[in-house]
Design a protein around this ligand. Structure first.
Ligand code: PHE
Length: 460
C-alpha cells in the first residue's frame, strides 16, 4: 500500500495544472452550467409533470450526483491521466484490475453521443441570437413563434450549418487547449447569464401566471411519479452536473493536490441547481400565460423565451445577450465533453492536441447530423424511444451516464482502499468524508440500480 501512495503522489498531469483552485471551480462550473440547465431542465420537467419530477431531481443531485462528482474529482486527481488511463492505473494499483479502464472508455463514448446532439441544440441558440438581433420576435404571438421555430428546425441546411459552426469552434478551442480563455469566459458569462435570467424573471412576474408557473415547478403531485419519471430525473441530475462520463475526472487530473474536493463539488452543484430552477421559474409562467404546452419538448425555450424578448422593453438587446451567453455556456460544456477523448488520444497515442481534437470532433460532427435530420427528414423514422435524437438522448443521458456513475461509485467506495480515498478527501476536516463514503458505498449505487431496474420493468 505504502508503495502505491507514493506512486500516486508522484504522478503529475501531462498537460500541466489549473492555475488555482478557483480556476478549477470555474472550469467545472463551465462544464456543468449549459444547455442542461436552461434548455433541458424546463422541457424535461414539463414532460414529466413538474413538481414531483423536480423533487426527485433535487434528491438525485444531492444523494447521487454530488458524491459521484466528488469521486470523479478524486479519481482524476489521483490518476492524473485521461479517464481511460486513470481508471486503468487506479484499477491496477488498488486491486490488480486494469479492466476498470472500460469505465473510462464507455464514458468517452457517452461523451461522443451527448456532444453530437448537444451541438445541434447549441446551433439552434446561435441561430436564435441572429433572430433576436434582427427583430424577428417583435410583435409575434405564440402561434407565430411556434411556426417560426417549426420552419427553422425543418430546414436541415440551416440547422446543419449552425451545428457545423458550433463544432468547428469547439474543435478549435479544444485543439488549442485554451484553459485561460475558458476561465475568463466562464468568469464573465455565468454571472451574466444569471443576471439575464433575473431580468427575464422580472418579465415572467408580469405575465400574470407566475404563481401557476411556480406551483407547477414546486408543488409535487406524487401521483405523477412513475419509474420513467424517476429515471428521467436521475438522468437529468447526471447530465446537468456533467458526471458519469469522465468530464469532471478529466478536469480533476489537472487539480492541484491541496484543493478541497468537497468544497468544490458543493459550490458547483449549488450554482448549477439554482440556475436550472431559475430557468424553470422563467419558462413556465410564459408557458401558462400563452396557452402553451409544458410537455412541448425540446423546442420549449425556443418558443417561450422569444415571446418574452418580443414583448419586454429592450427585448431585442436582452435577447441577443441571452442567446450569446447561452451559446458560451454551451461551448464550455462542449469543451468538457470532448476533453476525455482528446486527452486520451494525446496521452495514449501521441497525437498532437489539434489533431486529436479534429479527429474526435469530426466523428462527433458526423454523428450530430443524425440529430439535425431527426427534426426534419428523419422525423418520422421512429423506434424505441422515438426519433433518432430521442434514442441518442435516452441512451446517453438515462442509461450510459447512470451506469457509468454506478461503476465509478462502486470503484471509489468499494474497490479503492480507504487509505487512498482518505488521502484525497481529508477526513480530518469536518464530516464530509464520512458522509461521502456513506453515500458512495450504499446510497448512490443502490439508488442507481433500483431506478434502472424499476424503469426497465424488472419490478413489474
Ligand atoms: N452539464 C452540461 C449541461 O448541463 C452537459 C454535460 C453533460 C457536460 C455531461 C459534460 C458532461 O449543459
Amino acid at each position: 500500500m505504502a508503495e502505491s501512495v507514493t506512486a500516486a503522489e508522484q504522478r503529475t498531469s501531462l498537460h500541466g495544472h489549473w492555475s488555482s483552485r478557483f480556476a478549477f471551480v470555474l472550469a467545472v462550473t463551465g462544464s456543468a452550467v449549459g444547455l442542461g440547465n436552461i434548455w433541458k431542465f424546463p422541457y424535461v420537467a414539463g414532460q414529466n409533470g413538474g413538481g414531483a419530477f423536480v423533487l426527485v431531481y433535487l434528491g438525485c443531485v444531492a444523494l447521487i450526483g454530488l458524491p459521484i462528482m466528488m469521486s470523479e474529482i478524486l479519481l482524476g486527481r489521483r490518476g492524473r491521466r485521461n479517464p481511460v488511463e486513470t481508471m486503468r492505473i487506479l484499477g491496477d494499483e488498488e486491486a490488480n484490475q486494469p479492466a476498470w479502464a472500460l469505465v473510462g472508455f464507455t464514458g468517452m463514448i457517452a461523451g461522443f453521443i451527448i456532444l453530437s446532439f448537444y451541438s445541434t441544440i447549441a446551433g439552434w441558440t446561435m441561430a436564435y441570437t441572429v433572430k433576436a438581433a434582427t427583430g424577428t420576435f417583435v410583435g409575434q404571438d405564440a402561434a407565430m413563434l411556434g411556426a417560426e421555430f417549426g420552419a427553422f428546425i425543418a430546414n436541415p441546411i440551416a440547422t446543419g450549418f449552425w451545428h457545423t459552426l458550433f463544432m468547428a469552434v469547439t474543435i478549435v478551442l479544444v485543439g488549442l487547449g485554451v484553459e485561460e480563455g475558458i476561465e475568463r469566459a466562464v468568469r464573465f458569462m455565468v454571472p451574466a447569464l444569471v443576471v439575464l435570467l433575473l431580468i427575464l424573471l422580472a418579465y415572467a412576474v408580469t405575465t400574470g401566471q407566475f404563481a401557476a408557473g411556480a406551483a407547477f415547478l414546486f408543488e409535487p403531485d406524487f401521483s405523477k411519479i412513475t419509474g420513467t419519471v424517476v429515471l428521467a430525473a436521475m438522468g437529468q441530475a447526471f447530465f446537468t452536473l456533467s458526471v458519469g462520463m469522465g468530464a469532471v475526472m478529466a478536469y480533476g487530473a489537472y487539480l492541484p493536490q491541496d484543493a478541497s474536493i468537497p468544497g468544490t463539488a458543493l459550490a458547483v452543484a449549488a450554482a448549477d441547481t439554482s440556475i436550472a430552477l431559475l430557468s424553470g421559474l422563467v419558462i413556465f409562467p410564459i408557458v401558462f400565460a400563452n396557452g402553451l404546452d409544458p410537455a412541448e419538448g425540446p423546442g420549449l425555450i425556443f418558443q417561450t423565451l422569444p415571446l418574452a424578448f418580443g414583448q419586454m422593453p429592450a427585448g431585442s438587446f436582452f435577447g441577443v445577450l441571452f442567446f450569446i451567453c447561452l451559446g458560451f455556456a454551451a461551448l464550455t460544456s462542449a469543451i468538457s465533453l470532448m476533453e476525455p477523448a482528446v486527452a486520451w488520444m494525446v496521452e495514449s497515442f501521441g497525437l498532437t492536441r489539434p489533431t486529436a481534437a479534429l479527429r474526435v470532433g469530426g466523428i462527433i460532427w458526423a454523428l450530430g447530423l443524425l440529430t439535425v435530420l431527426s427534426f426534419n427528414y428523419l422525423a418520422d423514422f421512429k423506434f424505441g424511444r422515438g426519433t433518432i435524437f430521442d434514442n441518442l438522448d435516452f441512451l446517453s443521458v438515462n442509461v450510459l451516464l447512470p451506469v457509468g456513475g454506478l461503476f465509478l461509485t462502486v470503484f471509489a467506495g468499494w474497490v479503492m482502499c480507504q487509505n487512498s480515498t482518505a488521502d484525497e478527501l481529508d477526513p480530518s476536516v469536518g464530516p464530509m468524508y464520512r458522509i461521502w463514503r456513506l453515500l458512495t458505498r450504499y446510497v448512490a449505487p443502490v439508488a442507481v440500480v433500483l431506478v434502472l431496474l424499476n424503469a426497465f420493468g424488472v419490478f413489474g
